[in-house]
Design a protein around this ligand. Structure first.
Ligand code: TMP
Length: 211
């Protein structure tokens, strides 16, 4: 089982993924938690390049290929082996981030992005994708605060530094893309306490398992 989590900055994805991990473990399943960019050794180097505020001169196409390179390495070295070993794989961001950020956000052609993603994922599409949805103003504030608290405002702040209109496009992009891919992607309202949000996610996961 391969589940990915998506959403704009500051939706509380990492907190929720940890809860989902505990939920599956309580059912006796072995869970592997990973993320993009940065889920492999080489990917960690790519992550530094991709997220540092100093790299604001990356062109959209360069940015795209770095994310795809990260994904290809992640699939081959990390995700495929974990799934082959029978683990539940939970991934913080995956191919849909490319469609939404590089497509709806940067303006690249989503049909081309879908084809390039096919190459990078090499047949490994998630069984289920959960988009955490929140007002971008709330999300962005949370994300900036977290980066400051972690002392990572520069290292991880390149996307947070984008104008609010970019983040609004990303949110709309996720909702549009989820509607196009209803069979795989579900949207959960991320406004509320962590417990409330987790209940919504649990309902989605249980519904998927019952199918
Ligand atoms: P995060 O790990 O804090 O979520 O940061 C990753 C950033 O990278 C986030 O702003 C979204 C962006 N991103 C893309 O633009 N394209 C992608 O394919 C992926 C995986 C992430």
């Amino acid at each position: 089982m391969f589940i990915t989590f998506e959403g704009i900055e500051g939706t509380g994805k990492s907190t929720q993924i940890t809860r989902v991990k505990e939920y599956f473990e309580a059912q006796g399943k072995e869970v592997f938690l990973t993320l993009e960019p940065g889920g492999s050794r080489v990917g960690q180097e790519l992550r530094k390049m991709l997220l540092h505020v100093d790299n604001s001169d990356l062109t959209p196409i360069t940015e795209l290929f770095l994310y795809l390179a990260d994904r290809a390495q992640h699939i081959a070295q990390v995700i495929r082996p974990a799934l082959d070993a029978g683990k539940v794989v939970l991934c913080d961001r995956f191919a849909d981030s490319t469609i939404v950020y590089q497509g709806y956000g940067r303006g690249l052609d989503t049909t081309v992005l879908r084809q390039l993603n096919e190459v990078a994922v090499d047949g490994m599409w998630p069984d289920l994708t959960i988009v955490l949805d929140i007002n971008p103003e709330i999300g962005l504030k949370r994300a900036m605060l977290r980066n400051l608290e972690d002392g990572k405002a520069k290292e991880e702040g390149r996307f947070e530094a984008e104008h609010i209109s970019f983040h609004n496009r990303i949110r709309e992009g996720y909702l549009t893309w989820a509607a196009i891919n209803r069979d795989r992607i579900s949207v959960a309202n991320a406004d509320g306490t962590p417990e409330e949000v987790f209940e919504r996610i649990q309902t989605i996961i249980d519904g998927h398992l019952d199918r």
